[in-house]
Design a binder for this molecule. Structure first.
Ligand code: HEC
Length: 129
């Protein structure tokens, strides 16, 4: 092989190795979008008592448990457009306190899988579409 042939063979091998690493690592490649219907079921179980069935942040626990500040309004397009998915993921997984927000927002990282959090994010986004 000439030096040029060796170089292009090496580049081809590196490209294949890189593709294999990407395919094997879901954290590098984009995760498939969540399933909003599955997210709705999860929210009814875990979130609506505070966030409300209509996502407005006025679930029954807010008044009953004096939660102040109340959860945000997921139907507020302007507000929600300022929250990237990574913020939604972090506050759902780590809770409000970890994000310098109200500690009344619980952490669900131990209770829910990353795929379930994707489903919840997809569901939350349906309110501001
Ligand atoms: C015990 C009440 C409570 C429960 C249950 C709860 N949250 Fe929250 N959540 C809050 C409060 C209060 C805030 C507002 C924090 C702040 O702005 O300081 C909040 C904030 C959030 C935010 C940031 C945007 C916003 O609405 O202010 C997201 C996203 C969120 N919660 C998702 C969820 C999801 C998903 C669940 C269920 C898996 C859930 N929460 C369950 C109380 C709750």
């Amino acid at each position: 092989m000439t030096p040029t042939e060796i170089r292009s063979a090496t580049i081809a091998r590196l490209a294949i190795a890189f593709a294999v690493v990407l395919a094997a690592n879901p954290a590098i490649t984009a995760r498939a979008a969540g399933d909003a219907a599955a997210g709705r079921a999860l929210a009814f179980k875990n979130c609506v008592k505070c966030h409300g069935a209509d996502g407005k942040g006025d679930g029954p626990a807010v008044a009953a448990e004096h939660i102040s500040p109340p959860p945000g309004d997921w139907t507020d397009k302007e507000d929600m457009s300022e929250h990237p998915d990574v913020f939604l993921r972090n506050i759902i997984e780590q809770g409000g306190a970890a994000m310098d927000k109200s500690a009344r927002m619980p952490a669900f990282g131990k209770k829910l899988t990353p795929a379930q959090v994707d489903d919840l994010i997809a569901y939350i986004r349906t309110f501001s579409q």
